[in-house]
Design a protein around this ligand. Structure first.
Ligand SMILES: NC(=O)c1ccc[n+]([C@@H]2O[C@H](COP(=O)([O-])OP(=O)(O)OC[C@H]3O[C@@H](n4cnc5c(N)ncnc54)[C@H](OP(=O)(O)O)[C@@H]3O)[C@@H](O)[C@H]2O)c1
Length: 245
């Protein structure tokens, strides 16, 4: 699928991997709705950067864990930009808890992570699917190697990303043949996700087969290729500089 003139929503599209994806999609000629929940300035700066580079974009607020907000956002984007062809389900949160500290995992933490990371991606896919049904569309969910290794910033985060991988396969079945659904599972990526833990991230680099931490642009480029690839659905694609081999 050519991305030129396609309308894309990128959740959490104003920071980190989401921002790099918004910019990469716009470079390929897509019209981008940059979603944010709190980071309004980042989303607006991303839109300004796209417009300055000759592209088209809007910023739009919605908390992806709230179904009504997601439906409102999707409706507003379709009204303003004509339709929706592409969705990048990138928005997620985590909590840092040692893996073996099971007592620190409260119900609130479970609920928060599952609501944003899993149900948020489901709500967004469901809301865009009615617009994609007739003309076709493509969705990429951002998973994580935490979802395949079980090891991550916390147990609920790793489990939420396993659920994202499962959601990808189930949605690929549910939405075929007109809508393709795939997942990119990054290893460590240098973003604000590691804020306050930069040293831990940098210690990882020499241990990776490719000896450098992936950039947001590396992941964004894979997300764009996956959206383009017509013969791909239900796949979890690891992009981790050899971290898990
Ligand atoms: N960096 C890594 O090492 C790494 C590794 C594997 C996977 N990932 C995944 O990559 C994705 C992007 O992370 P990142 O590294 O780019 O970090 P990031 O900059 O913190 O990105 C997270 C984005 O999610 C948005 N978000 C969070 N809760 C939201 C909500 N309820 N509604 C709407 N948006 C929400 C944030 O926007 P607001 O501030 O506006 O809420 C932010 O833009 C995530 O899915 C993460 O799990 C990252």
């Amino acid at each position: 699928m050519e991305l030129k003139n396609k309308v894309a929503i990128v959740t959490g599209g104003g920071t980190g991997i989401g921002k790099a994806t918004s910019l990469a999609l716009a470079k390929r000629g897509a019209i981008v709705a940059v979603n944010y929940s709190r980071s309004q300035t980042d989303a607006e700066e991303t839109v300004q950067q796209i417009i300055a580079e000759g592209g088209q974009a809007i910023a739009i607020q919605a908390d992806v864990s709230k179904d009504q907000e997601v439906r409102g956002m999707v409706h507003a984007v379709a009204e303003q930009l004509g339709t929706i062809d592409l969705l990048v389900n990138n928005a997620s949160i985590t909590r840092h808890i040692p893996m073996n500290d099971l007592e620190a995992v409260t119900d609130d933490i479970w609920d928060e992570l599952i609501d944003v990371n899993v149900k948020g991606m489901f709500y967004s896919a469901r809301a865009v699917s009615s617009y994609m049904k007739n003309n076709g569309g493509a969705i990429v969910n951002v998973g994580s190697i935490a979802g395949t290794t079980g090891l991550g910033s916390s147990l609920p985060y790793a489990v939420s990303k396993s659920a994202v991988h499962g959601l990808t396969k189930s949605l690929a079945r549910a939405l075929a043949p007109n809508i393709r659904v795939n997942c990119i599972a990054p290893g460590a990526v240098a973003t604000r996700w590691w804020a306050g833990r930069e040293e831990q991230m940098n210690r990882l680099a020499p241990r990776l087969l490719l000896q450098s931490i992936s950039t947001p642009e590396d992941i964004a480029s894979m997300i764009c290729s996956t959206l383009e690839q017509e013969a791909l659905t239900g796949q979890i694609i690891t992009v981790d500089s050899g971290q898990t081999l």
